[in-house]
Design a protein around this ligand. Structure first.
Ligand code: ZN
Ligand code: ZN
Length: 371
């Protein structure tokens, strides 16, 4: 389901108001999820400049390579278009437009615009660039009902993949072989494409951002499986479960896994409007530290999710942002023993008026899979 015109018109309105409030002349949004959020157009990120100019006042202008203009029209974008020809200078097009609307002055610029585009714009016009990331985060952080529904759909799809894990994950196979099967299942389950696949077995389970390797999974290994895809609407899933590849868990494993499960559960339950992001982190961290594993929990508790897998709000110490209804993020504590093994449990949750909705509901127990 494409983003509705009403939704993007409202988002552009809110963006314009935010630009005016920030005291900027304009906001420049390059190809990426900010552009998709504001216009519904999923642009190629490439050397050819795509740039939405959102002035504090007046009509926005979308500058796109001529060869991609048909895609903008197909996406139903109603914003005024400037399609630049293959030998035109798109930076000059943007600079001329900015001059017409009053820049130089403060101009917000996408946090993830390519450096070569920023430097070319700087040569074309001497505006004072302001990083637009915080402004865009304010617009995107609270999900509307359609976005919450899209995230739920993504969450249900990734739950279906985890539910099938015993079909592929077993001793004797490599992480990469298991990963290939998971990739196919992520698409079959209802995603448009795979975003990432982590299959961390044995000692690799202690490396939180490990991806895939040719390591052969051994009987008795703990295996961290952290997977996500992107739906046709552009919304992301992200869920981790930890499996035991046959054998019996040791007492030590049972002990730290129980602590992890309790911490993840308590942190999910702590989510409510008005509670700070760092309080959710402290809930998980407190339980893990109390049990003596504080030094083994080496990352923040979570990250926001939407059109990007990682976006605001970050669930981390130092972030005193009060949670509000509509904020969607992961709750994913982990306990890791370098060189030996580790575990993580991750759900996506949405803060609601009444508390919290969990988008991933598959079992969080240490599931044993074997031949
Ligand atoms: Zn994850
Ligand atoms: Zn995550």
């Amino acid at each position: 389901m494409p983003t509705s015109h009403a939704a993007t018109a409202d988002r552009l309105d809110r963006a314009q108001r935010a630009v005016a409030e920030a005291g900027w002349e304009a906001l420049l949004v390059s190809a990426g999820t900010d552009l998709r959020y504001l216009t519904g157009y999923h642009a190629h990120v490439s050397e050819r400049l795509t740039c939405l100019v959102v002035p504090a006042q007046g009509a926005p202008l979308l500058v796109v390579p001529q060869l991609e203009a048909p895609m903008v029209q197909a996406a139903g974008v109603t914003t005024a278009l400037h399609a630049w020809g293959e030998t035109d200078d798109p930076f000059d097009v943007v600079a001329t437009h900015l001059r017409e609307i009053g820049a130089p002055g403060g101009v917000g610029i996408s946090s993830r615009m390519w450096a070569e585009h920023v430097l070319a714009l700087t040569s074309a016009i001497g505006a004072t660039w302001e990083l637009a990331g915080p402004l865009m985060a304010q617009l995107r952080m609270r999900k509307d009902d359609a976005e919450a529904a899209a995230l739920l759909q993504a969450g249900q799809a990734i739950d279906r993949v985890h539910a099938r894990m015993a079909e592929w994950l077993r001793p004797g196979r490599t992480e990469r072989e298991v990963g290939r099967d998971i990739a196919e299942a992520i698409v079959t389950a209802g995603h448009e494409h795979v975003e990432f696949i982590i299959v961390g077995s044995g000692p690799n389970a202690a490396s939180p951002h490990h991806l895939l390797s040719d390591r052969v999974i051994e009987s008795g290994d703990m295996v961290v499986v952290d997977i996500g895809g992107v739906t046709e609407d552009g919304y992301c899933s992200d869920s981790t479960r930890t499996y035991l590849a046959g054998g019996q868990p040791t007492t030590e494993v049972l002990d730290f896994y129980a602590v992890l499960q309790a911490a993840q559960e308590a942190a999910c339950r702590a989510v409510a409007p008005g509670v700070s992001a760092q309080a959710v982190d402290a809930t998980a961290r407190g339980i893990i530290a109390e049990a003596g594993y504080g030094a083994n929990f080496i990352h923040r508790t979570g990250h926001g999710i939407g059109l990007d897998v990682h976006e605001d709000p970050y669930i981390v110490s130092g972030n005193d942002l009060p949670l509000e209804a509509g904020m969607a993020f992961s709750v994913e504590p982990g306990i890791y023993f370098a060189g030996r093994y580790g575990a993580r449990i991750e759900d996506i949750v949405i803060c609601t008026a009444g508390g919290v909705q969990r988008l991933n509901v598959g079992t969080r127990d240490l599931v044993t899979v074997d031949a």
